[in-house]
Design a protein around this ligand. Sequence first.
Ligand code: NAD
Length: 370
Amino acid sequence: MRLFVPAETREGERRVALVPDTVPKLVALGLEVCVESGAGVEAYASDEDYLKAGANVIATADVPNVLAEADVIATVRPMDPPAAATLKDGAVVLSFLQPRVDTDYIAAIAKSKATALSFDLVPRISRAQSMDALSSQALVTGYRCTLIAADLLPKFLPLFMTAAGTIPPAKVLVLGAGVAGLQAIATAKRLGSLVSAYDVRSASADEVRSLGGTFVELELETLEAGGGYAKEMTEDRAARQRELLTPYITKSDILITTAAVPGRAAPRLVTAEMISGMRAGSVIVDMAAESGGNVEGSVPGETVDVNGVLIFGAKDLASTMPVHASKLYSMNVLALLGLAVKDGENTLDIEDEVFDGCAVVYNGEIRKGA
Ligand code: NAD
């Protein structure tokens, strides 16, 4: 079986689906590994590194031929639909893939009679934790959110007791304490700030406290759906949550928002009116800016100044740390392929809970979305 890793084509994407370290482990599964020349360059993995690790490096001019022959293709973002339409019958493609968004890609995979597995849909069961690329990439983005906020803040984060006097620690508030939020909290704690956080799921309170943060208790019902995810708020509850959070937001030097509800636009947690109560020199990082925005006025990829409050809208944050984001993603690819390939044979069992959950297209049949 041949695994092919083409270069990513989406603008701004710096990750690669496979780093050289992982190549020998895939070879041990019985796969012949091929990587497009230059695929790892943005993640600081050279063609030479891949060759040394045991992969073949494919010149870009030969990519159409290799793609048409490959048994397994791994990418971070879905391939361009015209390329996806050229895969052979029964080929298996792994990537992030949102059934409601990537409809042209899904149609192209179906046309090829191939199988598309989505890391967005790997079930959150303990057996599949090593395949959970949503979590591995959320770790990166949560960490980066705090570093970006610290960089924009015109103040220290830790307490300083100096001969000239005392500088109090900065106050950081994190809204949404899932994988990314918890990493933002941990990073803000490491930098010495005073951290508090709020989430609609009750389980998150202990997780926040275990990292040394203070959980903000609001007199509101919790909102839990299956699989550890949150439920959407009603507009009444959203308004009440905004009202109750306002005093905490007003006191914060840094506000980091990471709230998400699967399959929905990001919940609006912070309005322009709430921002108007923040001190000039405060910083907001909206991690959800690309999926609708937790914060009114945030723009993906831009820092907006609203009366001295800087609002950073996250965009492609995992790509700002391509080395470790790619390494973690590679390990997720290896784990998922470990379940689908034995001794160089495709053993993907669609009845397996993992593949039943994440196969968007199976041998040309569209199973999710569209
Ligand atoms: P996510 O990205 O879907 O959402 C981020 C956070 O936003 C969640 O914690 C959610 O509760 C919160 N949120 C949603 N609406 C909100 C609102 N109105 N106000 C404040 N917060 C709001 O979630 P995630 O980071 O992918 O993880 C969610 C949970 O799943 C976490 O508890 C995580 O530990 C758990 N998880 C379990 C596994 C596993 O069992 N294999 C793997 C990964 C994550």
